[in-house]
Ligand binder design. Structure first.
Ligand SMILES: Nc1ncnc2c1ncn2[C@@H]1O[C@H](COP(=O)(O)OP(=O)(O)O)[C@@H](O)[C@H]1O
Ligand SMILES: [Mg+2]
Length: 323
């Protein structure tokens, strides 16, 4: 697989403070790569270095072979940037904003107007093309900012928290737009503090905390790395689970039983579990089994385990800051 971005020991200091502490990773051509981490983790600082918006303190980043520090302009020609705060103009309307963005990339007039109209259509903003940007809702603003970011058909698109601070419906539309763009060949690098978003969109995810990458991999890889036990859940006749503690312990001393409710029992095991002995055991006791399923950890479980950060804390901090 070809790497479109290569990052080596990338570091950013603000005075004495190290915001990004020597991170290394690569982004594969054609994938959606996600940076997932709480507020202050260093996501925006990283994306700013990768896009040439912030100076690199040490280490290197290359994009399609261009060194970000030395060939910034060349790299910027093949990338699209969607910052967390919009970089468009309040007094220009949607159409004008897109045409202006296109002119910055040297697109000629006829081409940029056609491209602007096509994107306004594709992003559901055709009705609002003549309205000034300041009159747009937050969701519309974010969509137009993304349209401006891809006006020159970049090979790779950088999105800094694309769905933070906007309504649920717009967020959904934006996630679908990202998937469509990726399906048509655009590599995507995005940051988010929403674990579900990372799980739904990204082929690979890096957990970033305190300026460091603490884990990186596909969703499946991340899950299997963090899984140190197998959990099987049984649904039994109502009221029958609770009385089984002693008998289970005696028959299956190597497993741990957990009683979730009167009819729901979980078995935890350090090794994969075969269901048959349990089904037999319940049968001997004259108890019906209505359901037996393996419980997989969620990406959220993995994130909490690896980083020690609670997810609701992660979102709350952000929302608080945004208010
Ligand atoms: N211009 C700056 N000067 C000093 N510190 C900064 C500056 N920008 C960001 N930081 C600090 O760097 C850390 C990472 O910030 P940032 O990259 O914005 O995190 P994130 O995008 O993950 O929320 C934070 O502690 C932040 O306060
Ligand atoms: Mg940020």
């Amino acid at each position: 697989m070809k790497n479109i971005i290569e990052v080596q020991d990338l570091t950013k200091n603000y005075g004495d403070f190290a915001a990004v502490k020597g991170i290394s990773f690569s982004v594969h051509e054609g994938e959606i790569f996600g940076f997932l981490g709480p507020n202050g983790a260093g996501k925006t600082t990283t994306i700013n270095m990768l896009t040439g918006l912030a100076r690199i303190t040490s280490g290197s980043s290359t994009l399609l072979g261009y060194d970000l520090a030395l060939e910034t302009k060349k790299a910027q020609q093949v990338m699209g940037i969607v910052p967390d705060e919009s970089n468009l103009y309040d007094e220009l309307n949607g159409f004008e904003n897109l045409c202006f963005a296109a002119s910055l990339y040297g697109m000629e007039r006829g081409k940029r107007e056609a491209r602007a109209r096509r994107l306004l259509e594709q992003f559901g903003l055709a009705d609002a093309e003549a309205k000034p940007f300041r009159a747009y809702s937050k969701g519309m603003k974010r969509k137009l900012t993304i349209a401006a970011g891809i006006i020159h058909e970049p090979k790779i698109l950088f999105l800094d928290e694309p769905t933070t601070g906007i309504d649920v419906a717009s967020a959904r539309q934006i996630r679908n737009l990202i998937l469509d763009l990726n399906a048509s060949g655009t590599t995507v690098f995005l940051t988010t503090h929403y674990i579900e978003e990372a799980e739904r969109l990204c082929h690979r995810i890096a957990f970033i905390v305190g300026g460091k990458i603490v884990k990186i991999g596909t969703v499946d890889e991340l899950m299997s790395q963090a899984q140190d036990e197998t959990i099987v859940q049984f649904k039994l006749d109502d009221g029958r689970a609770a009385g089984l503690d002693q008998a289970l312990q005696a028959r299956f001393p190597e497993f741990r039983a957990e009683f979730l409710s009167d009819d729901t029992l979980r078995i935890h095991s350090p090794i994969p579990i075969s269901l048959m002995p349990f089904i037999q055991f319940f049968d001997e006791k004259g108890i019906n089994v209505y359901e037996a399923k393996v419980i997989r950890p969620s990406l959220e479980d993995v994130f909490v385990k690896v980083t020690g950060i609670e997810i609701d804390k992660m979102s709350k901090e952000k929302e608080h800051r945004r208010r």
